[in-house]
Design a protein around this ligand. Structure first.
Ligand code: ATP
Length: 586
């Protein structure tokens, strides 16, 4: 299969501002892809080689990619640097440079998908002495045979910044149309994806075995399950009403979510974003081995603790254990942690995701032997709203963020990959006016003036509308950023710059720079107000008005553990606004 089929599709996708057209282009590409290559085409389109949980990174430094362009094109590195400075994009740099390369072009053999994939795979796998030279040589071999457009995407792939902004849901839509045809089978594909977290594997299954094969996919130890997520409410009575009068109250620990896969003597840990974080938590791995003796998948929240008092510590502490590659032994000693288990998704040979919550919890208690580091989350079943408020005070004094209140109904299954009302989070903040932070996606940036000239001065931030699968603006935020933050953001956001508003962004404002919705920032504000200029929840409260955050400020917390789709939803913003109103009118 010619790689140009892929690069032509990417060109079309980049040129469109309509989501449906994006899907059509993907369907077209999948229809032209032989079954045995569909997984590779999917991974390449996601800018990867394997599903995230395998932890395989291409990790080509920009400098090395520039060097490969230099060798592959024979153009001077000064010229390449100049174009790179001008475009700020390695892809465009490669494209421009290679479009000037005319000699020998007739001798080129055209690139195939197989060749591109296998070359990148070799690049990812070369380690040890001489690895850098090997990687560069391999990348040069691709540039040598690439058209300018192909070179653009090869360069971006190398540095891990494909910048197409294609959501998983769009790929699922396209797979359904291309391989099954019937729209109502999309939920089967979604389930297949939710329990494997691997779109390539799913695509291969549907391509070779059809929808029947997809329905036969099983939960497997070693393959992470996409996490179930909670809705948010701020009144105990409302929460219990929503849950049918009774709920199971658990502490909402403030740490890092961990999904642990326990095989015979082997433990793998996955983060909320399903990255493999096993090596970062050797203490948890050992403690889990002592605690659970069967094959199982369990979930819990990992928090830092004060070993002297047993108190749980603020999120900032555990976040220092996240993403570490070096000095792990030292931080394991300096920042001890505990894992509070709250769910069981698999044990022995049984998929528990379709069992009701109370049954899962009962089994969890049976198979877990608590030890110094492994505990079961605190829980109490209640029908009384005022009891919930008492639990809240207790949770807060025990260092938690609030409560999780879960449905005890017989149909309260573990809905992988979904945010639903079977779990409701209740955080203390809602009692005051916007005392809770929100996590917002950066969709645009405004150039700074005066002291901030040459940098960004403010950012256009959006909440996620999960019904429409788009991002709607809620504020322009320029406060709370230190000089270092601004410097860092200038660099960090470079990779996300696009020439027009992203098709999944709804905005009335026109920032100086549009960005691919990716980076999530934690923001605090004074209150939520009606606003004619922001698009979240437009016309829900008042015709033509959206909701906006007044006096927003960055808290300093980059939510790198969240993808754009994990940002605070427009529904949550609406809920916070309504609560505020109730309080004012009381
Ligand atoms: P937040 O930023 O508020 O933690 P989130 O988007 O990461 O939200 P939600 O599903 O909205 O996730 O809230 C549930 C989160 O709370 C889980 O992802 C988990 O990390 C954490 N958590 C802490 N204690 C519990 C518990 N007992 N049960 C379920 N989740 C818990």
């Amino acid at each position: 299969m010619k790689y140009s089929l892929i690069s032509d599709t990417y060109e079309k996708i980049e040129a469109t501002s309509k989501r449906l057209e994006m899907t059509d282009h993907l369907v077209d590409l999948f229809n032209k892809t032989p079954n045995e290559l569909i997984d590779k085409v999917i991974y390449l389109t996601q800018g990867k080689l394997y599903p995230d949980y395998k932890g395989v990174e291409l990790g080509f430094a920009e400098k090395l990619t520039l060097k490969a362009i230099n060798i592959g094109s024979g153009r001077s590195s000064n010229e390449i640097q100049r174009i790179y400075k001008e475009t700020g994009d390695l892809g465009k740099t490669a494209e421009r440079i290679l479009s000037k390369k005319t000699q020998l072009s007739l001798l080129k053999e055209s690139l195939t998908v197989e060749k591109v994939y296998h070359t990148f795979d070799k690049i990812a796998n070369s380690t040890g002495a001489g690895a850098i030279e090997t990687k560069v040589r391999l990348l040069v071999s691709l540039f040598n045979n690439a058209t300018p457009s192909e070179a653009k995407y090869i360069a971006r792939m190398a540095v891990g910044k494909l910048r197409l902004g294609i959501a998983d849901m769009t790929i699922l839509d396209a797979l359904t149309i291309a391989y099954v045809g019937e729209k109502d089978t999309k939920k089967d594909l979604e389930r297949g994806y939710d329990i494997t977290s691997d779109l390539g594997y799913l695509a291969r299954t549907v391509a070779f075995e059809g929808i029947e094969g997809v329905n036969n996919i099983k939960v497997t130890v070693g393959r992470p399950i996409r996490p179930m997520l909670a809705e948010r409410l701020s009144d105990p009575k409302e929460i219990l009403d929503k849950l049918g009068g009774e709920g199971s109250v658990e502490y909402k620990y403030d740490g890092l979510r961990i999904q642990a896969h326990m095989d015979t003597n082997e433990v793998s840990l996955f983060s909320r974003r399903l990255e493999n974080i096993t090596d970062q938590f050797p203490d948890i791995v050992d403690s889990l081995k002592n605690s659970i003796k069967v094959k199982a998948i369990v979930e819990g929240e990992c928090v830092a603790v004060n070993p002297n008092t047993g108190e749980t510590l603020p999120f900032q502490m555990i976040s220092q254990r996240r993403g570490r590659k070096y000095e792990i032994k030292r931080v394991v000693e300096e920042i001890p942690v505990m894992l509070f288990l709250f769910d069981l998704l698999f044990f022995n040979k049984n998929d528990c995701t379709l069992s009701p919550y109370l049954k899962r919890r009962k089994k969890l208690k049976e198979i877990v032997k608590e030890n110094e580091r492994i505990k079961i989350s605190w829980q109490h079943i209640t029908k009384k709203p005022d009891e919930i408020d008492k639990f809240m005070d207790k949770a807060i004094s025990d260092g938690c963020e609030g409560l999780m209140i879960k449905s005890v109904d017989s149909d309260s299954i573990y809905k992988a990959g979904a945010r639903g009302w079977a779990w409701i989070k209740y955080k203390r903040g809602y009692k005051a006016e916007m005392a809770d932070t929100v996590d917002l996606v950066v969709v645009g940036a405004f150039y700074g003036r005066g002291k901030r000239a040459g940098q960004y001065g403010a950012f256009l931030l959006a909440a996620y509308d999960d019904e429409e699968d788009i991002f709607k603006t809620v504020c322009k935020c320029g406060t709370g950023f230190t000089d270092d933050d601004l410097k860092e953001l200038l660099e960090k956001l470079n990779q996300y710059i696009i020439s027009h508003k992203h098709p999944r962004v709804d905005s009335k404002l026109d920032p100086d720079v549009w960005l691919n919705p990716s980076l999530v920032l934690e923001v605090m504000g004074d209150e939520i107000t009606l606003s004619p200029i922001h698009t979240a929840c437009t016309s829900v409260i008042r015709a033509e008005s959206g909701l906006a955050i007044r006096f927003p400020r960055f808290t300093g917390n980059y939510r790198t553990d969240k993808s754009a789709e994990d940002a605070t939803s427009t529904k949550e913003i609406l809920e916070m606004y309504r609560k505020q109103l109730k309080k004012i009118s009381k």
